[in-house]
Design a protein around this ligand. Sequence first.
Ligand code: PMP
Length: 371
Amino acid sequence: MDARSAVESMLRPDLRGRTAYGAPQLDVPVALNTNENSYAVPDVVVSAMTEAVAAAAAGLNRYPDREFTALREALAGYLSRGATMVTPDEVWAGNGSNEVLLHLLQAFGGPGRTALGFTPAYSMHPIITTTTGTTWVDGMRGVPGAGAFDLDPASAVAQVRDHRPDVVFLCSPNNPTGTALDLAVVEAVHDAAPTALVVVDEAYAEFARPGTPSALTLLAGRPRLVVTRTMSKAFALAGGRVGYLAADPALVDALRLVRMPYHLSTQTQAVALAALRHADLMLETVGAIKEQRDRLVEGLAAIGLDPVPSDANFVLFGGLADAHGTWSALLERGVLVRDVGIPHYLRVTAGTPQETTRFLDAITDLVPTHR
Ligand code: PMP
C-alpha cells in the first residue's frame, strides 16, 4: 500500500476525501485576497515589539503565563473603549480567532451536537465545526425582495426553531458579504434558541459604518452569548496570531477545559501587549481603509458591476459572467482577489490607495469582456 492510501485508511472516515482550507498564498504585486491590513506595522511599534521579545527571550526556558493575565487585562481595556465595560475575567484569547472558535466548539459542540450558520458566511465556521465532530447545518441568508445577502430576523428565527442547534454562528460584519447585522437579529436568534451558545463573529467590527453597534452591548445578562474579535484585521497583526472573545466569566472558565496548557507563547503575548500599548497607532489606518472600501463600492458601481454595501475592509461584488475567469484575468494583471465560490461574485480587500487604484484600473479594463 502506498503512503497516501495507508494514511487515507487510518484517517477519520468523516475527513476522508476532504481538501484543506487555504486561500492561495501567491507572490503578487497586489494581494487583496485575505482581508489583511495592507499597512505595515509602524516603526515605533516594531521597536516596542522587538524590545518586548528581547526582554522575554532569556526567560523562554520557562512556560509562558498560562492565564495570559496581562494580555487579558489589555484586551479588556481595549474593548472597554467602546460602549461596554469588559473585565479581564470576561476575556479569552487564542492563536487567532480561529483558535478561539475552535475552543468554543470543543467545549460546546462535539459528536451528537449541531451548529447552525447562515451561508454565505465565514467558510471556517463549518470547517471548525466538523473537525470537532459537531454536525454542521447550513442555514440560508437572503430576504425575499430585499438584499440577497441580508439575514432577516423572521427567517433566522424560523431556521433556529427548525434545527434546534446547540451552537449558532452569526457573523457581523459578515464575511464574505460585508454587511453588519442589526442587533435585533442577534437578540431574536438568542431568544429563539433557549439553550444554544450564540457566537457573534465580529472579526471586522472596527470597520463598521457609524451607527452599527457591537453585540458586546448585549452581553450583560446573556451568559449564552459570545462575541469574538481578532487583532488580524483592523489591528494589522495577522502574523501575530491573536484572536479573542468576550463572554460571561463562567463561559470563559469552561474554555480552560479544552485549551492546551500554555497555548499562547511568551512571544505572542509580548508582541500583542506591545501592539495594544500602541493601540491608537495600530488602528490609525482604519479610517484610510474605510475610505478605500467606500471607493471600491463607488468605483465598481460606476463601471456597472454590483457591489454589496460593506461594513468591513472588503467588498463583495457581482455582475460577472464568469467569476473565476475574471479572477484569473486579474491575477494575470498582478492583482489577487478572492473567489469565494459564489457564482458571478468576487471579493476584494480594501488596500492602500495605490493597491485599490491598481485593482480598479484592472477591473475597469476587464469589464467590457467580463460582465
Ligand atoms: N472570522 C472571520 C469572519 C474572518 O474573516 C477571519 C479571517 N479571515 C477570522 C475569523 C479568523 O481570523 P484570525 O484567525 O486571523 O483571527
